[in-house]
Structures are given as structure tokens and as C-alpha cells.
Ligand binder design. Structure first.
Ligand code: PMP
Ligand code: GLN
Length: 388
């Protein structure tokens, strides 16, 4: 038989799927894969049910339901002062994952270079490779996850087609600051590059940090694609409703890729997300405040169990340096030991590095009910007491 595609052939199963399966096998609390254990707002779910019952449930417009595209444009104006034409500058996709894939396939030509920032979310690199493009990796430096300016400058060159920026960032919990955003914008302008901004955690930012879309910086609107996800903004990760905002020419190109990936996204879910995006500011503030309390609960608990916890300014995630507690193998070994012996699931941060990874960090997810976090902490305490 002829071989299958070699990029696809080289892929494993995602670390999130692997760790979630291990949690089931070991009856462990799953603080690995990032999903809330409480479903999002009832009115949003009711809106979906109503739309499904009333119909129509046939193909919606390829770009997305007008009511949702209008809501996305209004959301951009309300939160970031962005003026967006809903007809030509907004595209609805089946999750941010599809938005990322469609954007990369739409913009990249074989041989183009793409700057990716490590630790890197797992779906970016495979698509860059499938498009025949060449990754240029730049590593953030833990524990502060600082962006090394000289290395970023060196990663840009005449072939740099685009950079992918994830802020607030998975897995680090980093929110890129004004100086870092200005540097990225300067380099993108100087090299005539695009930036794909994965902003799925835009509404999960904690006290002391602020999310500023790169798109709002001078002259960046024309070269930036901004991606959001209803999964994260409404705690409904299984819905897979994503959205893209950008210049009309870019959105037009991405729509051409999207029409042959999924074409459309379930209309009932789109209608419900339109309803959700119109919720008042209190909803969005409350979402971040509730998540910040969960972060604090988990971070305090992890410290109490003897972990060294790295800063987390946003997202669902806090990372720990395992070294004070673990001198066995690397982070994969530690994650396996924890799921089996402490019965708590996590994600080894090395999974976010395609090359030679640091192997001393684990990612824990805090978007869980307080009682679940408390039980996980009690198990980790008992485990660290037993080995310490
Ligand atoms: N980007 C990042 C950084 C994520 O963490 C996730 C999901 N967890 C996604 C994209 C995918 O979002 P969606 O579920 O909307 O496809
Ligand atoms: N993005 C989620 C995480 O980082 C998982 C999504 C997935 O399982 N593909 O945990």
C-alpha cells in the first residue's frame, strides 16, 4: 500500500485525549484537559434548545448566521472599540480549532516561514507543516514566561509570512503585556507579516492584567486575524463555535478554506451564541472573577501540598515546577505517577514543545467546582506527604 500523508502519519493522539482516558481508567480527578465541569449559562443553553425546536435546522449561510456575525461585531466594539463590518469582516467557524486551521491554510504557501512561540498549543504546528510551511520556534523563559526580544527579532526574516500569538496563553497562563505586543506589532509591520491571534481566553483574565487585542495597535487591523471561542466564553467547550474577525480581504481568503473544511456550524448553536454575546458586562466580569477565585483556590492548595507554582494571569491553567517534589524521571513520569497514585490528572508541559523540551513542569486546570478542587488538593497533599 502507498503511505498515508507523512505529516499526519507522524502525529500521535493529543495529550489531552490521552490524559483524559487515563483519568477514567484510574478513577482520577481530571485536572488535565481544559474544560469546566459546570455547563455555562442556562439562558444560552435554552436559546440553543429553542432554536433547534423552532428551526430551521438546515445549512445556515457559509459565513455564519447574520445575527451572530452582528453580535460578534458588536462585541468587538463594546470590549475593544474595534469597528468591524459584520458582512465582510466576520466569519463563524466550528470552534477556534477550525478558525486556526482555516486561517493557516488560507494564508500559507509551501516554504513560507511561521513564527511560533513555545510552549505552543498543540494544534498549530501540525497545520503549519501540512501547509508545507517552515516553523521558526521562539521560547518563552519560565518561570515568568518572558519573551526574549533578541530571539524573536532573529526569528523574523524575509520569508516570515506570519506569527501565531496566543494571549492569554495556554498552557502558561501568560497575558502578553503592552511592550511585548508593541514589539510583535513592530516586527510584523517591518517584515510585512500577518499575525493570527488566538484569543480564546479573552474573557478569562485576572486582576492586575488586561487583555489587549493586537488588532487594536496602530496599523495592525489590516494584518491581524483575531480568533474567539464560545466554548471558553460561555463554558460550553463541546459546542465548538468559534469566530474570526479581520480585514475583509483576509476574511474572504479564510472563508474559502472554511467552505471546504466544515462549510457551516450548527445554526441553533450560532443563534444561542449570538444571545450570549449580547449578555451584559456583569456576565463577562463575573466569569473572570469566578475563575480567578478558582485559580486562587487551586494555587493555595498546590502550594500547601509542596508545589512551586508559576504565575497565572489568565486562562484555565496554573503550572507547577515539579522539582521540589519529584526527582524521578521527567514531567511525563510525574504526571503518570500522579494519575495512578494520587488519582489526579494533569498535563506534562513538555507536550507543548515539539523539540527538546523542559521536563520539570505540569499544567493543572482550575475550571472545576470548589469541592472537586478541594478533593484534588487533599489527594495531592496525601501523595506529597507520602513521598516527602
Ligand atoms: N486555542 C487554544 C489556546 C485553546 O486552549 C483551545 C481549546 N482549548 C483552542 C484553541 C480550541 O478552541 P475550540 O474548542 O473553540 O476549538
Ligand atoms: N485546549 C484544551 C486544553 O488545552 C483541550 C482541547 C482538546 O482536547 N483538544 O486542555
Amino acid at each position: 500500500m502507498r503511505p498515508v500523508n507523512e505529516v499526519v502519519d507522524s502525529l500521535g493522539t493529543t495529550v489531552f485525549t490521552v490524559m483524559s482516558a487515563l483519568c477514567v481508567e484510574h478513577d482520577a480527578i481530571n485536572l488535565g484537559q481544559g474544560f469546566p465541569d459546570e455547563d455555562g449559562p442556562e439562558d444560552v443553553r435554552e436559546a440553543a434548545a429553542r432554536a433547534a425546536m423552532e428551526g430551521p435546522n438546515q445549512y445556515p449561510p457559509m459565513m455564519g448566521l447574520p445575527v451572530l456575525r452582528q453580535a460578534i461585531a458588536a462585541h468587538n466594539k463594546r470590549f475593544y472599540g474595534l469597528d468591524v463590518d459584520w458582512r465582510s469582516q466576520v466569519l463563524v467557524t466550528s470552534g477556534a480549532t477550525e478558525a486556526l486551521t482555516a486561517s493557516l491554510l488560507a494564508l500559507l504557501q509551501p516554504g513560507d516561514e511561521v513564527v511560533l512561540i513555545e510552549p505552543v498549543y498543540d494544534s498549530y504546528l501540525p497545520i503549519v507543516r501540512l501547509a508545507g510551511a517552515v516553523p521558526r520556534m521562539v521560547r518563552l523563559r519560565p518561570p515568568e514566561w518572558s519573551l526574549p526580544e533578541a530571539e524573536l527579532r532573529a526569528a523574523f526574516g524575509p520569508k516570515t509570512k506570519l506569527l501565531v500569538l496566543n494571549s492569554p496563553m495556554n498552557p502558561t497562563g501568560k497575558v502578553f503585556d503592552a511592550a511585548e505586543l508593541a514589539l510583535i506589532a513592530e516586527l510584523a509591520r517591518a517584515h510585512d507579516s500577518y499575525v493570527i491571534c488566538d484569543e480564546v481566553y479573552e474573557h478569562l483574565v485576572f486582576s492586575g492584567s488586561r487583555h489587549v487585542p493586537l488588532m487594536t495597535l496602530p496599523d495592525m487591523a489590516e494584518r491581524t486575524l483575531r480568533i474567539g471561542s464560545a466554548g471558553k466564553t460561555f463554558s460550553l467547550t463541546g459546542w465548538k463555535v468559534g469566530y474570526l474577525t479581520g480585514a475583509a480581504a483576509l476574511i474572504g481568503a479564510v472563508a474559502k478554506a472554511h467552505q471546504f473544511i466544515t462549510f457551516t456550524t450548527p445554526p441553533s448553536l450560532q443563534a444561542a451564541v449570538a444571545h450570549g454575546l449580547a449578555k451584559d458586562d456583569d456576565y463577562f466580569r463575573g466569569l473572570a472573577a469566578a475563575m480567578e477565585r478558582k485559580r486562587d483556590r487551586l494555587v493555595t492548595g498546590l502550594r500547601g501540598a509542596g508545589f512551586r507554582v508559576l504565575p497565572s494571569q489568565g486562562t484555565y491553567f496554573a503550572n507547577v515546577d515539579c522539582r521540589p517534589l519529584w526527582n524521578g524521571g521527567g514531567d511525563v513520569d510525574f504526571a503518570m505517577t500522579l494519575v495512578r497514585e494520587a488519582r489526579v490528572g494533569s498535563i506534562p508541559v513538555s507536550a507543548f514543545y515539539p523539540g527538546e523540551p523542559p521536563t520539570h513542569m505540569l499544567r493543572f486546570c482550575f475550571c472545576k467546582q470548589d469541592a472537586v478542587l478541594d478533593e484534588a488538593i487533599a489527594r495531592l497533599r496525601a501523595f506529597s506527604g507520602a513521598i516527602g
